[in-house]
Design a protein around this ligand. Sequence first.
Ligand code: TXA
Ligand code: MG
Length: 342
Amino acid sequence: MRTVILKINAKKPQISGIRRAASIIRRGNLVAFPTETVYGLGADALNAKAVKKIFVAKGRPADNPLIVHVSDKESVNDLAGDIPQLAEKLISRFWPGPLTIVLKKSKTVPKITTGGLDTVAIRMPKNKIAQALIREAGTPIAAPSANFFGRPSPTLAKHVLDDLDGRISAIIDGGQTRIGIESTVIDLTRKTPMLLRPGRVTLEELQSAIGRVDVHPILKGKKSALVHRSPGMKYKHYSPDAHVILIEGQSALVHKKILKLVQQFGKQGKKVGVITIRGDKYTKNTRRVRTDSEFAANLFKIFRECDSKKIDVILVQGIPRKGIGLGIMNRLSKAARTKIMA
Ligand code: TXA
Ligand code: MG
């Protein structure tokens, strides 16, 4: 299959390109498109055959459910069986935006879309291209991140092309995605809402909107039988080829530890990369970010750059688990083979 690239302006999407992409979706084929978080790999969420193609193209296990993307709040009524008041609160506060809400599913949604679960994850993205595509397609769009299974999520069209060229019909190139890590996922099908994946909409913001929110035990580093509630959690994720070492602790100690490890791996002839927040330039391959938002926006891109430079070891400075920091540390913990307390 030849993968077509459609360049579209993210601020003012050209309708001709959007229409072309929407018609591919309507015919039951796959289009990768930008959202405000990461690029998604889209198919008609209500067409089981089309959704099957997503799992094949990505090499994704069939029990890992997809997020259904909508272009208006009313669409939730068709997709969800039951809409609790808390959902309405979250929707009016955070949509369109990087928040995915898990609800009981209606019969409209095929089982393949939800990985066999009786719940459905729904999100209304803020990106203009994503919104226009869903609207023109006239159907909700199921879309996981548009990476090959196990690879870091794509934040540029080039990343999608690197992973999925020849495996999907089209990629909309709408530039770099703004947020850089995937949406926050919250489960509203339990008595107390539960955070399943932290992201740009923070735990603190969720709590201030709806009160008590439990945090999935796995996010706190505990083993849990609840893993079936969000099958994505059990899979290794976000990994570059390099050996990622996550170093946490007081910044002066982390700094010392990084210096020591840079020397140690250097002696072994290893190519070392460093990701640090307001840190030093430890090696030729050091990437310094200034803020948590900049960290999130560039993390997956830096991972991919390290792979293309054939870097052996990436030393990453940890950050406090508050605000978007919780989401960043979640992705880093999953990517890291080694974790060190300095
Ligand atoms: O920002 C995002 O959410 C991006 C963009 C494209 O919207 N999408 C994304 O999709 O990250 P994906 O498939 O890579 O991650 C979806 C996560 C997985 O961890 C999955 O297990 C969880 O959401 N999920 C989906 N449906 C679920 C459900 N019914 N119950 C619990 N978890 C669900
Ligand atoms: Mg993903």
